[in-house]
Ligand binder design. Structure first.
Ligand code: LLP
Length: 441
């Protein structure tokens, strides 16, 4: 499986963005996150295009920054004309520092602290996506105190259970996110929002889950959401001008994964939204989407250096552990969600994957990254390339065992630009404070 600009060059090495991955490993060290810039840009453009071509109302695509965010990424998103979804004060701050226009930011989160709410109101973020009645009241007070009227969407739970990993399902009735439509609480909160002079209620939002490999759940969600817009009109006379369907479109981690294409996904979502709007005789709201993974996952490749290889003779088989110089701290997804990935030996990218190995990380933990995968011939010192690591890898990286988070490079047209420098040991000590009494005696 070759993704985006990946190809195998004359030496049999994996290349991304016109850069030989072995040369990148040499120049920047490993572990290394590589982002295929051309693929990210093309994905942003195509995602916007497929929706604007199909929907005759206004479309706004926000990139979900939680999937992968650096200042360079925020700039890229702005250059490609997308809006940005942020989920914390830190993501908001990063975007603002990159010069991302505040009015094109949607601010998410189920518990925004006072500091975060204040920052958002101060800088003028375009939309707060309000998660609960408590946040609504606090936001209203903060905005009122500043003489501002804050535009919001309300996050609701449509009450659907998508077929994905339980840890990334968020649209079901018992989700920690949003306000339940079925219980009537969502309607009550809408009424409260409409009565608050410092709140400009625009519409409703949902996000049902992530890595969804078919569009049925999005279709069901669209129908429930439009039905709720109709219920709001009936109860209050107010017609929502915005409908946000969230993110969730899945990607290919393995060649056997077959997510809907952007075109198929847009056909389903737009078809369901427009059909339901007609049924309820509602005008076209601004249709909003928040893809994260679908825009960046396949553009990411992680390089590791192979260290010791252990072969254990068991009664009925031989088990081979191939250790690499990263693991749980740069990619927690296998351990957290049982996520699977495609792996290549970067220097022999086309070799037969006829040997089964288990790739382990180097943490003091059984951080098996890829269990019993076909890899083929592998030696200590080889570079492994793990595909589809562009989403929720760098963003979820930690310093566990005091590991230094790896560098990130954007590659395009044979050029590699560092966008996040590998942490140094001094970076690890930057927050350290030794109280005087520890220094005495
Ligand atoms: N909008 C909202 C409100 C979200 O909560 C999310 C993801 C997205 C959009 C983007 O979803 P996407 O298009 O990327 O599926 N760490 C997990 C994924 C958590 C997703 C959280 N919310 C993983 O590694 O699979």
């Amino acid at each position: 499986m070759l993704l985006g600009t990946q190809r195998v060059n004359e030496q049999g090495h994996l290349e991304v963005g016109g850069c030989d991955t072995l040369a990148l490993a040499q120049e920047f060290g490993t572990p290394l996150y590589i982002m295929d810039e051309a693929l990210v840009r093309e994905s942003c453009r195509r995602f916007v295009k497929v929706f604007t071509e199909r929907y005759s109302g206004e479309v706004e695509v926000s990139y979900a920054g939680k999937a992968f965010l650096t200042m360079a990424m925020a700039k890229l998103v702005d250059q490609e004309g997308l809006a940005l979804d942020v989920a914390s004060g830190g993501e908001l701050y990063t975007a603002l520092k990159a010069g991302f226009p505040a009015e094109k930011i949607l601010y998410h989160g189920n518990f925004k602290s006072s500091e975060e709410l204040e920052l958002g109101v101060e800088v003028g973020v375009g939309r707060f996506v309000v998660d609960n009645p408590y946040e609504l009241q606090r936001l209203a007070e903060l905005a009122a105190a500043r003489g501002k009227r804050q535009a919001i969407l309300l996050r609701v739970t449509p009450g659907i259970d998508p077929h994905t990993h339980a840890k990334i399902s968020t649209g079901q009735e018992d989700s920690k996110f949003g306000i339940s439509v079925a219980s009537g609480l969502a309607l009550q909160t809408v009424k409260e929002a409409l009565a608050l002079p410092s709140i400009d209620f625009k519409g409703i939002h949902c996000h049902i889950g992530s890595q969804l490999l078919d569009s049925h759940t999005h279709e069901d969600a669209a129908e429930i959401m439009v039905g709720f817009i109709a219920a709001i009109r009936e109860a209050t006379g107010f017609v929502c001008s915005e409908l946000d369907i969230g993110g969730g479109l899945g990607v290919r981690y393995l060649p056997s994964h077959n997510p809907p294409s952007y075109e198929e996904f847009a056909d389903s979502v737009v078809g369901a939204v427009v059909g339901a709007l007609k049924q309820h005789d509602l005008p076209l709201p601004r249709l909003m989407l928040e893809p994260g993974r679908a825009l960046v996952a396949e553009a990411g490749t992680t390089l590791y250096t192979v260290g010791p290889i252990k072969t254990i003779e068991l009664a009925e088989r031989t088990k081979t552990f191939v250790s690499v110089d990263g693991g749980l701290s740069d990619n927690p997804r296998p351990v957290m969600y049982g996520a699977e990935y495609s792996v290549l030996v970067a220097g022999r990218a086309e070799q037969a994957k006829d040997k089964t190995v288990t790739v382990s990380g180097k943490h003091c933990e059984t951080d098996l990254l890829f269990s019993e995968i076909g890899l083929g011939e592998v030696h200590s010192g080889d570079i492994l390339a793990v595909q589809t690591t562009g989403a929720y890898n760098f963003g979820m990286a930690s310093n566990y065992n005091r590991f230094r988070r790896p560098a990130v490079v954007f590659v395009q047209n044979g050029q590699a630009d560092l966008v996040w420098e590998r942490e140094s040991y001094d970076d690890l000590l930057r927050q350290e404070r030794l109280p005087q009494r520890f220094l005495e005696g």
